[in-house]
Design a binder for this molecule. Structure first.
Ligand code: XMP
Length: 535
């Protein structure tokens, strides 16, 4: 982003890079992740206020070997961590040794948990934690408690500081735990990046940003909104923009931002495929058309979708049918609108990073759900105003834009919607049954204050029936599955330990209020080995 203080994080280890980039932004400084092998000339042209090399917990890996030593000679402050510190020390003639004792019997992979709130003390093996003796407080180690616990990196160790560098901190086992040269503003830390999850680690990072890098805290939701609106105006000019509004947070925030920038030049198409949750279609129209005055075309295509889903039981076939029909409906609406210049998409930063090549170019960003397969004669330029944001930043921007909480904090919802939560054939009757039950589930979860603690919570209508007894009468009706999971990114998930009382209330209400369901079971399968959805 031009005209804003930027820190470049070189991608020596993807997990550590993302963690650091997010922590820098929490300190209100914009950060950008670039490949480890980014050329020094390119960095110079970008003129960041500082560079961070966040090595992972192991020895310098293949990514670190792509790092160009010229990055240390640009006159830009560098904070090199773990394997990054090894590179720095080697470049300036320090002595670096492999640390066999650390490697023995211990995995060099970072822990799976990427939680921003996780404490290092939970993740780090006890033998990795050491107490830091600070030798020189400024510029990195002031405002730190004495003997602060750090999480020492395994792998390469710097034995002696390079000429011109001072040893800034030590521990009992690590005599060279941090080195620095204040004149050239180059610093190396032997601690694992996980330490930045702790308040003390965050202080070290803040000290680097405000001291050697002299960064102003200018990365705020307000400044992002202002700059992005100006950027959209400039990019779009008098052009027309089309957006597929799904009701999810990404497309909602992208649409409201674009609307602020270009008003009626934006048209949003909302396709109601009849597979949404109770009340959802009406809510989307109310919020975006009535409250935000977006130019909204709402298409009620439920009959078309249900017609095509008749007799379809295979989950992948359901997905294919829904995806294909979505594109058809969207395409028909787009053609009715005449000439459109841009397609607005809610692409986020993690997708951009994933599709980055070694020289820092993005090749092909994953297409946003459902609109990736438009025909060749409907060619638009892409407008992606959220491409620099992490998901949590999108929510903050959404709140700042005044988008209601139920949209900003909406749980992820699959594109094929309830079609993959009705096991077996999707019929209007079975959809109604699931919608009612799902609504009770989420009402009770909200009342109990659990909604935001969960990644997803929903009901699944199984194809199984079981006997029961109601008012002395034998029943033979459907079984409902309740699924509630915690997760960071949907790659792994755990079943939520919901209180028994909450489970009890949900079960009683569903069976009493939804005729056709006489049994509720709770899914206690983690991912892996399970998946979050049942189909
Ligand atoms: P699984 O079931 O694979 O789901 O653990 C991981 C995450 O992806 C969502 N999901 C989908 N999202 N189209 C989507 O847009 C789909 O076909 C689809 N299938 C699963 C799921 O809700 C969870 O958040």
């Amino acid at each position: 982003m031009t005209g804003i203080d930027t820190i470049v994080v070189l991608d020596l280890d993807s997990q550590a890079s993302r963690l650091l980039a997010r922590r820098v932004r929490e300190a209100k400084v914009f950060s950008e992740i670039l490949p480890a092998g980014t050329r020094p000339e390119k960095l110079k042209a970008l003129a960041p206020r500082g560079i961070i090399l966040p090595g992972g917990p192991g020895s310098a890996g293949p990514a670190a070997s792509r790092c160009h030593p010229g990055i240390f000679h640009l006159g830009i402050p560098v904070l090199a961590i773990g394997a990054g510190m090894g590179l720095l020390a080697r470049e300036f003639g320090g002595e670096v040794t492999g640390n066999a004792a650390w490697e023995e019997g211990v995995s060099t992979h970072a822990p799976e948990n990427t939680s921003m709130s996780a404490q290092a003390s939970e993740d780090a093996p006890a033998e990795n934690r050491e107490n830091l003796e600070i030798i020189k407080e400024k510029p990195l180690f002031f405002r730190l408690p004495a003997g602060v616990e750090v999480w020492m990196s395994r792998g390469d160790r710097v034995k002696t500081a390079p000429p011109g560098f001072a040893v800034l901190a030590a521990t009992v086992n690590t005599p060279v735990a941090a080195v620095g040269d204040d004149e050239r503003r180059l610093y190396g830390l032997q601690f694992h990046p996980g330490v930045f999850r702790t308040p003390a680690g965050f202080t070290v990072l803040e000290n680097f940003l405000s001291g050697p890098c002299d960064c102003r805290p200018s990365w705020t939701p307000g400044s992002f909104i202002e700059r992005t609106i100006a950027g959209i105006k400039e990019e779009v000019g008098n052009g027309r923009v089309l957006c597929a509004l799904s009701g999810g947070v990404d497309s909602a925030v992208a649409a409201v931002l674009a609307h602020r920038a270009i008003g009626p030049q934006l048209t949003c198409v909302f396709v109601d495929h009849g597979l949404l949750r109770k009340g959802e279609a009406g809510e989307v129209q109310k919020i975006f058309a009535e409250q935000f005055h977006l130019n909204l075309v709402a298409v009620d295509a439920a009959e078309r979708f249900l017609g095509r889903l008749r007799g379809v039981v295979d989950p992948e076939e359901k997905r294919r049918v829904v995806g294909e029909e979505f594109i058809r409906v969207f395409e028909e609406e787009a053609r009715k609108l005449g000439k459109i210049d841009f397609l607005l998409q809610g692409t986020l930063y993690p997708d951009v990073i994933e599709s980055m090549t070694e020289d820092g170019q993005t090749v092909k960003v994953k297409s946003h759900h459902n609109v990736g397969g438009l025909p060749a004669d409907l060619q638009f330029k892409l407008l992606e105003p959220l491409r620099l944001l992490f998901k949590d930043e999108v929510r903050v921007v959404g709140e700042e834009l005044g988008i209601p909480e139920e949209v900003v904090w909406r749980q992820p919802f699959p594109g094929p919607g309830l079609a993959v939560r009705v096991i077996g054939e999707v019929t209007p009757e079975r959809l109604t049954l699931l919608r009612e039950a799902d609504s009770i589930v989420n009402q009770e979860i909200a009342v109990a204050g659990w909604s935001r603690k969960l990644w997803q919570s929903f009901a699944i209508l199984t194809g199984e029936k079981s006997t029961g007894v109601t008012d002395g009468q034998r029943t033979y009706e459907s079984a409902l599955v309740l699924r509630a999971v915690t997760s960071e990114d949907a790659m792994t998930a755990d079943w939520a330990r919901l209180p028994y009382e909450l489970l009890d209330r949900i079960s009683r209400r569903v069976i009493a209020e939804v005729p056709g369901i006489n049994r509720v079971v709770y899914d206690i399968t983690a991912k892996p080995p399970g998946t979050i959805e049942w189909e």
